[in-house]
Design a protein around this ligand. Structure first.
Ligand SMILES: *[C@@H]1O[C@H](CO)[C@@H](O)[C@H](O)[C@H]1NC(C)=O
Ligand SMILES: *[C@@H]1O[C@H](CO)[C@@H](O)[C@H](O)[C@H]1NC(C)=O
Length: 548
């Protein structure tokens, strides 16, 4: 259902930002905290978040610097490491036609290595470099000559500070979707670390990737005990690209999901050092009654309703539209099982000739693009190197699936550009009660929306940062949201009925199991609302309480 316009979009009493003498500003009475340029000593251009779940330490990648904030003690000054570019390298970058500002080291990648170190990669004046951060001492590893020990960041980190890019760690190995040249004309999804011969990537064909803007990635692991078929683990990439399957005058953009399998090491002759499992499908976020499609994907949040159970995985996608003049944002949810069904379905024929129009090319066995499992291994395909040539040429020529993964928007908002989203499930595993969407805007606000069944209800719009600061990160941790912009970081409460400060807001959260008490507080309840429109009912009770 679409969020009905105007009526729902009531601006709630905004929480005040108290920029006082204390170095951290406080939001409301919930122990919320905002750190800004003063606290960050004018380090700016934050783009990367990495959270250590156990210690609550948050690492931030910025321009020429890496910072660490203890989210349990946000009032402690952040730790900082400067990692900048020597003058001669900056000069040669400018000489190649890049701006002074862009010829710095924008830290775009921070990932745990599993040995007490963090892998950090930066644009390094259009010559991406990676370094190793020792967590215990919070220092970068040095080389023999006393400088920062570096290795090339090509294919791991973009060249440009603001280029779209995504990376994910899977079993200690880094998988990335990035541009891989100085001009920004080559795009690869690759296994970027690990043994040299296993560093494979996408084929450089417009059928595989066509001017993509990478958005997000997710590693979906199958635990051994819930995997009777011995299926390989999978990595999903989300992006928007220029459609090649429609022959139109305008460049039509399409949102996509692509999948690769973790143990893929490429083919022997065909697809040597290339993915043999790269399959992609179109994501369709469409409001059927109006025919409105939201075709540009801007963010994806991955959740598992049952933690550790891959089949419960859902991807919440944030979309906008290529065709609408005014700003618009939509949220659609796709289940992993729907994606799997499409990936197991027919392949799209991209080279339409008279011959294969009538008789589509037969699909060889083993099924092209399929992940290895116990059955295939028993048949002698223990590695992708053993796959027959005709399977590999088929997958090379048919990376796109015929069917799309479709969903109707949960939420559509006009006049607002959402930049990031995160989702908390409410209720228990056995009795899920809905979800809360935490949506960041391009103007420094955080919006909360309750989703119960197909109904979305706006709860709150909270201004966090100045209107020039787009929200570019949202992380959920221990009931809190860590929200970032290029200049600031907020730590705010994100769970529980106590978040909703008035009878009206609490009423809109009725479907999440919240109820306004006679003591004047919003509290959880296990009592089921009566039949009919529960929000209207709850709102009516507010009016009675206020004597209206
Ligand atoms: C870096 O931050 C400065 C100051 O906010 C801004 O003007 C500039 O556009 C930013 N650059 C990038 C690449 O984000
Ligand atoms: C959704 O909203 C409609 C109308 O407001 C209401 O009748 C229906 O019960 C709601 N459904 C859920 C699951 O909340």
């Amino acid at each position: 259902m679409m969020l009905p316009g105007g009526a729902m979009l009531i601006l709630l009493p905004m929480l005040c930002l108290l920029w006082g003498a204390s170095w951290a500003a406080t939001l409301g009475g919930l122990g919320d905290t905002i750190l800004g340029p003063k606290e960050f000593r004018d380090v700016a251009n934050f783009s990367t978040f990495l959270l250590d779940q156990s210690s609550g330490m948050l690492y931030l990648g910025a321009k020429d610097a890496i910072l660490a904030v203890d989210t349990n003690k946000p009032n402690q000054p952040p730790q900082m490491i400067v990692w900048d570019v020597p003058v001669d390298r900056r000069k040669s970058c400018v000489a190649k036609g890049k701006t002074e500002a862009d010829c710095n080291n924008y830290i775009r990648l921070l990932e745990f290595l599993g040995d007490g170190r963090i892998y950090a990669c930066g644009t390094y004046a259009f010559d991406p470099q990676c370094a190793f951060l020792e967590r215990s001492s919070f220092t970068l590893e040095k080389s023999e000559d006393g400088g920062v020990k570096m290795e090339t960041g090509k294919g791991k980190c973009p060249f440009e500070p603001s280029q779209h890019y995504t990376a994910v760690m899977a079993g200690g190995t880094l998988y990335t979707a990035a541009t891989s040249n100085f001009l920004g004309t080559l795009f690869d999804i690759s296994r970027a670390t690990g043994p040299e011969q296993e560093r494979i990537r996408t084929e450089r064909s417009i059928n595989w990737l066509s001017d993509p803007e990478f958005v997000s990635s997710a590693f979906i692991e199958q635990s051994a005990d819930s995997n009777p078929t011995g299926d390989d683990d999978k990595i999903y990439f989300f992006f928007t690209e220029v459609a090649k399957e429609y022959d139109l005058y305008t460049k039509v953009k399409v949102p996509r999901v692509a999948r690769v399998c973790k143990s893929d090491v490429g083919g022997m002759k065909t697809l040597q050092r290339r993915w043999t499992t790269f399959l992609k499908a179109e994501l369709v976020c469409e409001d059927k009654p109006s025919g409105q499609r939201y075709n540009i994907l801007t963010d994806v949040f991955t959740t598992q309703h049952i933690p550790g159970d891959p089949s419960s995985t859902h991807f919440y996608g944030l979309f906008t539209s290529q065709w609408q003049r005014e700003e618009v944002s939509a949220v659609c949810v796709f289940s992993l099982s729907d994606i799997s069904k499409v990936m197991d379905g027919p392949f799209k024929e991209l080279k339409k000739t008279c011959e294969n129009w009538i008789n589509p090319e037969p699909v060889p066995t083993p099924r092209p693009g399929q992940c290895l499992n116990s059955a295939l291994k028993a048949e002698g395909f223990e590695s992708s190197l053993k796959l027959p040539d005709k399977v590999l040429t088929f997958v090379r020529d048919h990376p796109l699936m015929e069917n799309s993964v479709t969903a109707a928007p949960l939420l559509v908002r006009k006049g607002i550009t959402y930049t990031k989203l995160a989702v908390t499930q409410t209720g228990t595993e056995e009795r899920p009660r809905g979800a809360v969407l935490h949506l960041g805007t391009d103007r420094g606000e955080l919006h909360r929306v309750a989703v119960v069944g197909q109904n979305a209800t706006l709860l709150q719009e909270i201004p966090l940062f100045s209107s020039q600061e787009p929200v570019n990160n949202i992380l959920l941790h221990q009931g809190r949201a860590l929200v970032g912009s290029p200049l600031s970081l907020a730590r705010i409460q994100a769970e529980g009925c106590a978040l909703y400060p008035s009878c009206e807001v609490c009423a809109r959260a009725r479907g999440l199991g919240c109820v306004w008490t006679t003591e004047g507080a919003c509290r959880p309840t296990t009592e089921e609302p009566g039949p009919g429109d529960m929000i209207d009912d709850a709102l009516r009770k507010c009016d009675i309480q206020e004597g209206k």
